[in-house]
Design a protein around this ligand. Structure first.
Ligand code: C5P
Length: 482
């Protein structure tokens, strides 16, 4: 079998894979596997002569493909207990949350629910036999253990938990649980006496030490007439909510309630209707900052010059061409709590912009008179009423980086400067990586924090983390003052 080195793929393919895997919360490697599987399953032509046999369901209907990209996937192990009937509802609850479910039934579970019902609800084939040649031809138990984001065991019987705690692997369910490197969520269900038995107590303690997460059991009536106590499996909705919380832990949103204004990209300064003066800025750094600020919970307005990038999701983007249009949109977007000026604004524009296309004449080249553009960063930094409390500029320099950046803070009147070396040898302009120094001004003091070389996305995340810290410090200071 050939192996594939993701590192060696084209940049565009790598970027696509990175974005898609982040969106689906999978590793890049897993995402590639999913794409290949989808490709094979979606093919109408049989792949001969070396066809991969399609995983024909042993029971139940042919899996339905909804077309929607699932966001997460779970291997659900259904143990043998009366609570197994609740697992049918659990499948539905997980799928409602866009969690794909592949089910494994223990031998005992099949006494309580049928593989047909489970398969019909999960729209997937059901697995139950460790020695099933259909799925074991390519180590099916390993795939069920790893090709998912999490394993849920519901009901987790005393026997299954004992096997897990002691590392047994004598059936498909226990083999999966031993072979997995994914999070495991157990929903125990058993008679209260079994739950309180010293052996179960030891096993539960061991499983918790091993990092396994438990939900329930709840207390209540047992299936056995007249018995009550702790041992009822949690309700399907409780298990699904716990699974979702583990799969998609709440993301910290340190900039929630803050309005962040960002400029990005180059500006195009028209010479005539078809020609313009431009620079090599790609806009990647400003766009990455906008995406990071949005992910941190901020309301983001991005004013962008002409770039070849997709608008970041959840961000209000104002597309402009020239510096004057950029200033206009920036002013219209105020007030803001934080303003980050990452655009490479052209310093000059053509004073005598031609209304018609300039023609070559025997009289020689047309004189291009340049006038200075408005300095957006300086204009906003010097506002008296609507000045954002934190104004950050960029300093792209080819020499004397720190000294020039320090002078720029003073000259422009901003609070922070992100300084980067854009000498052609660095490949920063238009490239994917950046080496930056963050200069922060506290009163008259300027501190310099030099960061290692990072991708522009990492620089963005780091900058937003610094901003979030400053915002939190300011809030704390204000609260102690009052
Ligand atoms: O003066 P210099 O172009 O080096 O300053 C860079 C910083 O100033 C950047 O933050 C850039 O976005 C901002 N700038 C601006 N308007 C200009 C020129 C630069 O906002 N006309």
């Amino acid at each position: 079998m050939a192996s594939l080195t993701i590192r060696k793929l084209d940049d565009a393919v790598k970027t696509y894979l990175r974005l898609r895997s982040a969106k689906n919360r999978r590793s890049v490697e897993e995402e590639v596997r999913v794409i290949l599987r989808e490709l094979i399953e979606g093919r109408e032509e049989p792949l001969t002569p070396f066809a991969v046999p399609p995983a024909a369901p042993t029971v139940g209907p042919t899996p339905q493909r909804t077309g929607a990209v699932p966001e997460a996937s779970v291997t659900l192990i259904i143990g043998g207990g009366i609570a197994a009937y609740k697992s049918l509802d659990l499948i539905r609850r997980l799928k409602e949350r866009r969690i794909e479910v592949r089910c494994v039934l223990t031998k005992a579970a099949q006494q309580f629910v049928t593989p047909l019902a489970v398969s019909a609800l999960s729209h997937e084939r059901v697995y139950s036999d460790l020695f099933d040649p259909q799925s074991e031809f390519d180590a099916g138990h390993i795939r069920l253990a790893r090709e998912c984001d999490m394993i849920v065991v519901a009901p987790a019987t005393a026997d299954l938990m004992a096997k897990m705690a002691n590392g047994h692997a004598d059936d498909l369910a226990s083999a999966i649980l031993l072979a997995t490197n994914r999070k495991i969520l157990l929903a125990p269900a058993m008679n209260p006496l079994m739950w309180n038995n010293a052996a179960t107590r030891r096993n539960v303690a061991q499983l918790q030490r091993d990092g396994v997460v438990l939900i329930g059991p709840n207390s209540g009536e047992m299936a056995e007439a007249g018995e009550a106590g702790i041992g009822r499996m949690s309700e399907a909705i409780e298990i699904a909510t716990a699974a979702e919380r583990l799969l998609r832990p709440p993301v910290p949103r340190p900039l929630a309630g803050k309005r962040v204004l960002i400029t990005a990209g180059p500006t195009h300064e028209p010479i005539d209707p078809v020609r313009y003066i431009a620079n090599r800025s790609s806009g990647k750094q400003g766009f990455a900052i906008a995406a990071a600020a949005q992910a941190a919970g901020a309301e983001v307005i991005l004013v962008s010059g002409p770039v070849g990038l997709d608008d970041p999701q959840g961000v209000t983007v104002k597309h402009v061409e020239s510096a004057r249009q950029m200033l206009e949109q920036v002013q219209a977007a105020l007030p803001a709590d934080i303003a980050i000026f990452a655009a490479a604004v052209a310093d000059w524009r053509v004073a005598n912009e031609g209304e018609q296309k300039l023609k070559k004449t025997s009289a020689g080249m047309p004189p291009l008179q340049l006038v200075e553009n408005p300095d957006i960063l300086a204009t906003i930094s010097k506002l008296t009423d609507k000045r954002p409390p934190l104004v950050i500029g960029f300093a792209a320099e080819t020499e004397h980086l720190i000294d020039n950046a320090k002078a720029k803070i003073a000259r422009k009147g901003c609070d922070w400067i992100v300084a980067n070396d854009v000498s052609p040898a660095t490949g920063v302009m238009g490239g994917d990586r950046n080496t930056v120094h963050l200069l922060t001004r506290d009163g008259g003091e300027i501190s310099v924090d030099s960061w290692p070389v990072m991708t522009k996305e990492q620089v963005a995340v780091e900058l937003i983390a610094h901003i979030a810290k400053a915002v939190a410090n300011n809030t704390a200071k204000r609260e102690t003052a009052t």
